[in-house]
Design a protein around this ligand. Structure first.
Ligand SMILES: NC(=O)c1ccc[n+]([C@@H]2O[C@H](COP(=O)([O-])OP(=O)(O)OC[C@H]3O[C@@H](n4cnc5c(N)ncnc54)[C@H](OP(=O)(O)O)[C@@H]3O)[C@@H](O)[C@H]2O)c1
Length: 337
């Protein structure tokens, strides 16, 4: 295949365990726009193109078809299981006692795997919403973050690590105050934390906090998720691929602004997980990590372009008396009660 990028030349990141993983992965959240058939056939094409890291989740409702793709690629000898790094996430309605194992068992069955490389707590709350629900809907059972509840979920994560079903156990959508509260209580520390990261939302404090503790950040929405569902859009949101800094650097490199977002992400040190079902795009996303790096001046310019513009605000996880989405993110440095 002409557009095959040898996985051996894709830069790697070393986790705290010593394990190496590719510096870029592919997202699999089809949002409300793409069917699971489209997403899974993109995964098949991505394996052929040289991708080895795939970011899955039970709530994306496509693990069964993606699993068929993995099984076929492995049985046809296109890739070996241990060359793939596959992640998944437990959804908010499966944090109860015994539920984490059940959730992972379903994911492993769907993905046709006997272990997952990394399993994430998708959100640090039990609050959940019906798929595609309105942004203003509130589940009456929702409540603020609870250290006790989170730790009971994490203890289940530690057990699935103990029995070898998850090689890494990981967190997502955390804040520094929440990490300060739970990390000292973890018997097994997370090796990866997934967080929103793109040029207009760089989260420098959380990013540095993770690096200092040998936790590798994974950056979701690395291109600023230009086609995210309407429920995740607000008027003031910045469009990363239209930011002058990104556009001008893209012109200088003769690439799409999306590519600049990804080069910046990889060179900064997070692992971006861009999504596209379009072959030309997902191939160029992988290839850009192997050529034509950004200069120090360009990296510096992009660092200064941060606008602290969170896109995935999580409104649907709020509880009845919450003030607003900011309550999920502990902006004053303490856990919102
Ligand atoms: N942990 C969490 O809570 C969480 C939250 C959100 C997302 N995620 C993960 O992060 C992944 C990525 O996030 P995302 O899909 O929201 O955002 P994204 O990767 O920032 O943006 C995806 C969009 O960028 C466009 N795109 C991709 N490559 C491009 C290229 N080379 N040139 C031009 N446009 C390009 C695609 O357009 P086309 O569709 O037109 O190709 C696609 O709509 C998800 O799939 C999911 O796996 C995790």
């Amino acid at each position: 295949m002409s557009n095959f990028i040898d996985p051996a030349i894709i830069p790697k990141r070393k986790l705290a365990t010593g394990e190496e993983i590719p510096c870029i992965g592919m997202g699999t959240f089809g949002s409300d726009r793409f069917t699971k058939e489209q997403v899974s056939s993109a995964v098949a094409g991505a394996i052929l193109s040289g991708y080895r890291f795939f970011d899955c989740a039970s709530i994306y409702c496509n693990e069964d078809l993606i699993g068929k793709v993995f099984a076929e690629a492995i049985s046809r000898g296109l890739v070996k299981r241990d060359e793939l790094f596959i992640t998944s996430k437990v959804w908010n309605d499966m944090h109860g006692e015994g539920d984490v194992l059940l959730s992972l068992a379903k994911t492993l069955k769907d993905l046709q795997l006997d272990y997952i490389d990394a399993y994430f707590v998708h959100w640090p709350f039990r609050n959940y919403h019906a798929p595609k629900c309105d942004v203003n809907s509130r589940n009456p059972d929702s409540h603020p973050f609870s250290v006790e509840e989170f730790m009971s979920t994490w203890k289940q994560m530690e057990r699935i690590h103990d029995i070898g079903l998850a090689h890494n156990i990981c967190m997502s959508n955390m804040t520094i105050p929440k990490l300060e509260a739970v990390l000292p209580l973890c018997r097994i520390k997370p090796t990866l934390i997934e967080m929103e990261l793109h040029p207009s939302f760089q989260q420098p404090e959380l990013f540095d906090y993770c690096l200092k503790r040998d936790i590798q950040p994974i950056g979701f929405c690395p291109i600023g998720s230009p086609n995210r569902p309407d429920r995740d859009k607000t008027e003031d949101d910045i469009v990363d691929i239209q930011m002058p800094e990104v556009v001008e650097i893209a012109e200088a490199h003769n690439v799409h602004p999306a590519i600049i977002c990804l080069k910046w992400a990889v060179q900064r040190g997070q692992i971006p997980i861009p999504f596209s079902v379009h072959e030309d795009k997902y191939q160029s996303n992988l290839k850009c990590t192997t050529e034509d790096p950004l200069s120090d001046l360009e990296m510096d310019r992009l660092a200064k372009a941060d606008k602290n513009c969170r896109l995935i605000k999580g409104q649907v996880f709020l509880w009845k008396d919450a003030n607003g989405w900011e309550d999920l993110w502990d902006l004053d440095g303490t856990i919102t009660k």
